[in-house]
Structures are given as structure tokens and as C-alpha cells.
Design a protein around this ligand. Structure first.
Ligand code: NAD
Length: 497
């Protein structure tokens, strides 16, 4: 029998009363592995109501106690790392290595959440005027919510709820309806770690349920990660409803390759960062910008890329898995065709990809285009598949100008042996996360995930100190104590009743 995914409301894993259920499929063969409900209005209200009630107590819990919850959670996540990775692989198709990485990057955020006290510290200035001091404190906001995408079912929910909850808030998570199973296991382990009832709630669904969260007055913040149009919609709707919003969106990440770079490193890093996880990473390198004679390496790149094969998650020889859905596959195939029609040269074509034993999977093989120009739809749109575009420019300045004209600013990298070139690049590029001889520069959680421009709508980013600021409000107190009031003499003795 197909598994029905539960809701997690008021500390209980319960079956939904919904009449509307969606299929969760295994992307390697498109078989249905579970059914996920679209939560009813009553269930949405119960989740938000329970989170509001839980907030009253949770905000008063001592900060070290909140940190200890995160320490216990981190321990459990590590203990169940392989099991979580397996669930994640089954619903996303990710290879075991990729799935473990997804879980691990989430665990690292929980470690950061355990360090909450040092990120909750306020400031103080003594003697702002005679006998007067001003100090600030950080306080939680209330019920926060998160809406997450399919491509990192462990890491992205863990970017959100542990820090929000460690900061004293309660949280309603709506995971991607395409991959709800990992989120449910994350919730079970959180409960097992001792999370009080109602501190975390999980609701399922799609636009209707998201709209409910966007409109409800008790929801104070919205953390969103997903595609560009939805990020824009969430930011507009959420801020219109006077909520604090952080919306992480799509990307087009460029790697700049200087002719003095280490060629072997360039090729192996380009292969891994462009087609790894089937290109379904928001920080995947989707454009290689070859400067000057570096373009001569495209043939070698093609040879290396041709050796890469997708396959099932438990096949150790598979470099990456299938695309998440048939719809996603059809979209990638359409863009590959448009690239050909618009005059790009398809150096390696993965559109006819097959994987032995899995004829119904959403497979796309590694694909490379050269002779790409910026007007083409393959350059204009985020493809989100294993497709790498090669562009050629004459100078480093040209590369920087090209990248700065692109509307997105999630990640970029430069491969070079020149410190001077790297410094100029990191200084002038209008992208929020820069790698120097590092292809996918995702910062560890003591920093923040700092996408820029069209890849991010909001002010304060995910994890690190910025996330604590996002989930809290600063209160400043100005206090004056009068010397005349200091008790003197025998009355100083404290009277104990
Ligand atoms: P998506 O936008 O389709 O869905 C994301 C979430 O929004 C899901 O929970 C979904 O149910 C909900 N949603 C979908 N349509 C909606 C609508 N019309 N109104 C309200 N809610 C809606 O994204 P996806 O396909 O799951 O994820 C892939 C995208 O996420 C890519 O564009 C990728 O670049 C982006 N992404 C960005 C980052 C980042 O940090 N910038 C990280 C990961 C993924």
C-alpha cells in the first residue's frame, strides 16, 4: 500500500482530512512511493494556532536549554545520517554521496544553532549621559514559517527551523510537495531530541497552503527558497502583508577560467560543479567563461564530460541521478532544443540519455554548448539540468562585465594562478558568493548564505549571524539610576521573608 505522508501538528503526527492528495514519485522510474496531502484550512489554522500557543512558553525557556536541544538534535541527526540520506535519495534520486552531503550541510547548521547564545548577545554603551546607560537585547518574533524547494530536502529546512527555534521562535514548515519524506523524518528526530510540543509544525501542500501562510496575521517571518517567479511573488505578497521576508531564488552561476589556471583542476571542477546532482543545485556552475587561450581546453572538457554517466542512487558508479520529475526533464530537453535552434553548438548532447534497467527515469546526460551568446534562451534562463554553456571572452575585464550584466548573483568562481586577477575579480564581481579556485563556494554556517541581486529578495540572509537577526527583533533600553536612591545604613540589609 502506498504510504500516506502525515502532518505534524501540535506535537502529533496525524493523517490529514484533505480530499486533495499529490503523488510523491521515485524520479528513477516515476513509480509512486507516497501520497502527500494538501492540508485543509482547518489543519493550517491548527498548526499556526498551536505554534502561537507554544511560543508563549518556548520564548521563556533559558537560552542554554534551547542550545542543549540543538546539541541533542545534532547528535541524533549524525546517528541517523545514513538513514536520512537513503530516504532523501529515494525521493530525489540523488546518489548516496550527494544525499549524505545534503544531510551533512544541514547538520552543520544545527551545530551553529547550538551556538545560539553568542549570536544573541546585545550591546551596551555605558554613560550615554550622566548616570544613563543604553543597552540592546535580542528577542524572538513569534511564529516563523519556511517554504522549501525539492533540491535539498534536508539542508534547506535545516537552514531555517533550527536557527529560528534556537532564537526563541516557533516554526511552521511547508516542505516541497515533491520531497516531503525527508522533512517528516527530520521532524521525528527533532521530537525525539526533546523539542516541546508545538515548537515545530509541518504542513503540506502547494500554492494554496503557501498563500494561507502569507496571509495569516500570526506568521511573522517567511523564509522561502525556490524558483525566481515564486520568490518574487512570495516577497511581494509577504511584505505587502507586513511580514519580514527572505526569498532565495534561482541562479546562473559563472566560472571564469583564466589561461594561467591549473588545467586539470579546471576540467575536473567544471565537470563536478556543472553536472553534479544533475545540475539541480542553485550554486551549480552553469556557464564557463573562458578567457583568451583558455578556450582551447573545451575539447578536453568535452572528453572528460563524456565519461560521466547518470544512474540510480544506489549505483556506486553513477555520477548523478535523474531530474526530479518528467516535467523538469521535458523543460530541460526543450531548452536544449532551443539552444540548437538558436545557433549554439551542442558539443555533447545528453537529450537521448538511457540508463540500463530504468527506462522510465527522468534521465538527461551531460550536455555542453559552445558558441553561446547572451541573447539565447539557454543563457537567459536557469536550466536546472546537467547542461554547461561555454562562452569566450578576451580579457578578465570582459568576463567581469559579462557576469555583472547577468541578472543573477548567487555564486561565481575564478580559476587562476594569479593573486592579482583573483583579487580584482572578488572585488569587482557583483555576485554574493565568490570562489577562488573553488567551484561552488557555499559558506559554512558561521558565515551566511549571501546570494545577491536576482537570486535573493530581502535583506538578511540564511544561517550565520544574519539568520539570527532575521528571526529576532532588537530592543534597546536606556536606563537611568539615581545615586540619591542608593540605600545606606542599616536598611541595606536585605529583609528575607
Ligand atoms: P519552486 O519555486 O517550484 O517551489 C518551491 C516551493 O514553493 C515549494 O514548496 C512549492 O510548493 C512552493 N510553490 C510552488 N509554486 C508556488 C506558487 N505559485 N505560489 C506559492 N508557492 C509555490 O522551486 P523548486 O522547483 O522546488 O526548486 C528549484 C528552484 O529553487 C531553482 O530555481 C533553484 O535555483 C532554487 N533554489 C535556490 C536556492 C538559493 O539558495 N538561492 C537554493 C535551492 C534552490
Amino acid at each position: 500500500m502506498t504510504k500516506s505522508v502525515a502532518l505534524f501538528i501540535d506535537g502529533e503526527f496525524r493523517q490529514s482530512d484533505s480530499q486533495e492528495w499529490l503523488d510523491v514519485t521515485n524520479p528513477a522510474n516515476n513509480e509512486v512511493i507516497a501520497k502527500v496531502p494538501c492540508a485543509t484550512e482547518a489543519e493550517m489554522l491548527q498548526a499556526i494556532g498551536s505554534a502561537s500557543v507554544a511560543f508563549r512558553n518556548w520564548k521563556e525557556v533559558a537560552v542554554p536549554e534551547k542550545a542543549r536541544l540543538m546539541l541533542r538534535y545534532q547528535h541524533l541527526l549524525k546517528e541517523h545520517h545514513d538513514e536520512l540520506a537513503k530516504i532523501l535519495s529515494q525521493e530525489t534520486g540523488k546518489t548516496t554521496a550527494d544525499a549524505k552531503g545534503d544531510v551533512w550541510r544541514g547538520i552543520e547548521v544545527v551545530e551553529q544553532a547550538a551556538n545560539i547564545a553568542s549570536n544573541m548577545m546585545g550591546e551596551m554603551v555605558e554613560n550615554v549621559a550622566a548616570d544613563i546607560d543604553t543597552y540592546s537585547m535580542i528577542q524572538p518574533l513569534g511564529v516563523c514559517c519556511g517554504i522549501t524547494p525539492f533540491n535539498f530536502p534536508a539542508m534547506i529546512p535545516l537552514w531555517m527551523f533550527p536557527i529560528a527555534i534556537a532564537s526563541g521562535n516557533t516554526f511552521v514548515l511547508k516542505p516541497s510537495e515533491q520531497v516531503p519524506l525527508t522533512a517528516m523524518r527530520l521532524a521525528e528526530l527533532f521530537e525525539q531530541a526533546g523539542a516541546p510540543k508545538g515548537v515545530l509544525q509541518i504542513v503540506h501542500g502547494k500554492k494554496e497552503q503557501v498563500d494561507f501562510l502569507l496571509a495569516h496575521p500570526d506568521i511573522k517571518t517567511i523564509s522561502f527558497v525556490g524558483s525566481v517567479p515564486v520568490a518574487q511573488y512570495i516577497y511581494q505578497q509577504g511584505t505587502q502583508n507586513f511580514k519580514r521576508v527572505q526569498a532565495f531564488a534561482g541562479a546562473k552561476n559563472h566560472m571564469t577560467i583564466m589561461p594561467d589556471a591549473n588545467k586539470d583542476q579546471v576540467i575536473s571542477n567544471l565537470v563536478g560543479s556543472s553536472v553534479g546532482a544533475a545540475g539541480q543545485r542553485c550554486m551549480a556552475i552553469s556557464v564557463a567563461v573562458f578567457v583568451g587561450t583558455a578556450k582551447e581546453w573545451i575539447d578536453d572538457l568535452k572528453m572528460e564530460m563524456a565519461k560521466i554517466k547518470p544512474g540510480k542512487w544506489d549505483d556506486d558508479t553513477a555520477a548523478y541521478g535523474p531530474l526530479i520529475s518528467q516535467q523538469a526533464k521535458q523543460r530541460v530537453l526543450r531548452l536544449i532544443q532551443e539552444g540548437k535552434d538558436q545557433g549554439a553548438i551542442c558539443e555533447l548532447d545528453g537529450s537521448e540519455c538511457e540508463v540500463a534497467g530504468e527506462p522510465n527515469g527522468n534521465w538527461v546526460g551531460p550536455t555542453i554548448f559552445s558558441n553561446v551568446s547572451v541573447e539565447m534562451s539557454i543563457y537567459q534562463q536557469e536550466i536546472f539540468g546537467p547542461v554547461l554553456l561555454c562562452l569566450e571572452v578576451d580579457t578578465l575585464e570582459d568576463a567581469i562585465e559579462l557576469i555583472n550584466r547577468n541578472p543573477y548573483g548567487n555564486g561565481t568562481s575564478i580559476f587562476t594562478a594569479s593573486g592579482a586577477a583573483a583579487r580584482k575579480y572578488q572585488h569587482e564581481i557583483l555576485v554574493g558568493q565568490v570562489g577562488v579556485n573553488v567551484p561552488i563556494p557555499v559558506p559554512l554556517p558561521f558565515f551566511s548564505f549571501t546570494g545577491w541581486r536576482g537570486s535573493f529578495y530581502g535583506d538578511l540572509h540564511a544561517y550565520g549571524k544574519q539568520a539570527v537577526r532575521f528571526y529576532t527583533e532588537t530592543k534597546t533600553v536606556t536606563a537611568r539610576w539615581f545615586d540619591d536612591d542608593i540605600p545606606t545604613g542599616p536598611n541595606l540589609t536585605i529583609q528575607l521573608k
